[in-house]
Design a protein around this ligand. Structure first.
Ligand SMILES: *Cc1c(COP(=O)(O)O)cnc(C)c1O
Length: 436
């Protein structure tokens, strides 16, 4: 390796062929997921009406550490993977830090974020099981875009409930979904019972991920041959995202380094788990001491302020009961620009890991996140998604600590997406119109 090498890649043959399921290696397994009505421990079959059978099985798998990535999904991954691992020398210089900062650039996926890694897998399993329609929710629009494209690739019809505030603030994401052939509905809508209930009480309701999930699940359960696909929170989604960390592990080896700190922003936890769990495996099995930091918005602080308890994943209470850190399933987050982080709960795996002290969480205010994003854009030439700005802000905090102590730590963060369709948010920031 050249001392000055900035970007690290794998050959197609080196791209991992399996995902990593950390549940198999956890000493304290996540507590069981419960049936919403009977409160009994859930079995995979109980999830079949909602999710594809394969994803339902993956959700509850606590024994197999390695799960084969289906060949057709691997072929599609090759359209954009491996994604680059980049040494952020520009950012290091701008900060004057002795830390070595690397980022894994998931923004290069065709739809601009890590979300496609799971959308392709979920659409594939649905198609294999004879499903014709899929439905989902989307906050900022990244997940909906990924689903719309994945549905098109596998010949499925997609209906996407987009949180109303994003539908209005981010018209280009709606256009993207429509371009891929999806039907896009602003949520809350009058097309479902859950939506109607909310609009009757509060006609100006701006929506939330929790509400959009209720609507999508209702549609899936009332439409034949239709399944629900979810972009975060559930363990099978995080499983699919581990391709990020598994690649990064090999790429860090090419760089001749191993991270002391791994950072990712945290909505429901899928890009965090995706980059962190393959490295955390070495903490659990070999006693490595890497720190893992989840960066959440201060306005939706489930990890730092939430309570660990059983809660629903959606407002209407259609999902199974999940043992997780939660702000309450009726929590209505403020309308911050990082729409993908506006979710009340954390995935059950990350919740257990946080409880057991295997990871940490920090909360980042909106202004600090945009300040970090603008600094990163100037230093590296990439406009980060408002969600990803939280990871950058947490990385900068750690890099500044290194500057004070003189420590040359190796920090790896996940750039979960680009912000080129979020320029309205940056406009507001640059005009001084954003508040904490
Ligand atoms: C959806 C999204 C997130 C948050 O979701 P996680 O499941 O927590 O990863 C973060 N960044 C981007 C770009 C997203 O689209």
């Amino acid at each position: 390796m050249s001392k000055d090498q900035k970007r690290f890649f794998l050959t197609e043959a080196e791209i991992p062929t399996q995902w990593y399921n950390i549940q198999a290696d956890m000493k304290n397994k996540p507590q069981p997921i419960l049936h919403p009505k009977t409160k009994e421990e859930l079995k995979a079959e109980d999830l079949f009406p909602m999710f594809s059978q394969e994803c339902s099985r993956q959700e509850l798998d606590q024994t197999n550490a390695w799960i084969d990535i289906p060949e057709p999904v691997r072929e599609l991954y090759k359209n954009y993977r491996c994604t680059p691992l980049v040494r952020a020398t520009g950012l290091e210089k701008a900060l004057g830090t002795p830390a070595h900062i690397y980022f894994k650039n998931e923004s290069v996926s065709p739809v601009g974020s890590h979300k496609l890694n799971s959308a392709l897998a979920q659409a594939y399993y649905c198609q294999q099981e004879g499903i014709t329609n899929i439905t989902t929710e989307t906050g900022a629009g990244q997940w909906g875009t990924a689903v719309s494209y994945a549905a098109k690739v596998f010949g499925l019809e997609a209906a996407v409930y987009q949180v109303k505030i994003s539908y209005e603030q981010k018209p280009y994401r709606r256009s993207l979904m429509q371009m891929f052939g999806a039907q896009v509905i602003a949520s809350p809508s009058m097309s479902t019972r859950a939506g109607k209930d909310i609009l009757t009480k509060d006609p100006n309701n701006q929506g939330s991920l929790g509400t959009a999930i209720s609507e999508a699940i209702e549609l899936a359960e009332s439409t034949p041959n239709c399944k629900y696909v979810l972009g975060s929170v559930m363990s099978h989604v995080t499983l699919h995202q581990t391709i990020i960390g598994l690649e990064a592990e090999k790429q860090m080896a090419l760089a001749g380094e191993y991270p002391d700190i791994v950072v990712a922003c945290f909505g429901g936890g899928s890009n965090f788990g995706g980059i962190a769990f393959p490295f955390m495996r070495h903490n659990i099995l070999e006693g490595k001491q890497t720190r893992f930091i989840a960066a959440e918005p201060a306005s939706c602080p489930k990890l730092t302020q939430g309570e660990f308890r059983y809660d629903f994943g959606d407002v209407a209470g259609h999902t199974p009961l999940l043992p997780m850190f939660s702000l309450g399933h009726d929590f209505m987050p403020a309308n911050i620009h990082a729409g993908g982080l506006r979710y009340h709960g954390a995935g059950v795996i990350a919740s257990q890991l946080l409880k057991d002290g295997l990871m940490e969480a920090v909360d980042i205010k909106q202004l600090e996140s945009f300040q970090a994003g603008v600094l990163f854009a100037k230093a590296e030439g990439i406009v980060p998604a408002p969600e990803s700005c939280h990871a950058i802000a947490a990385t900068i905090r750690e890099a500044q600590k290194c500057k004070e102590t003189g420590e040359q730590k190796v920090i790896l963060f996940n750039l979960s997406g680009h912000g080129l369709i979020d320029m309205t948010a940056y406009d507001n920031y640059l005009a001084g119109n954003l508040h904490d």
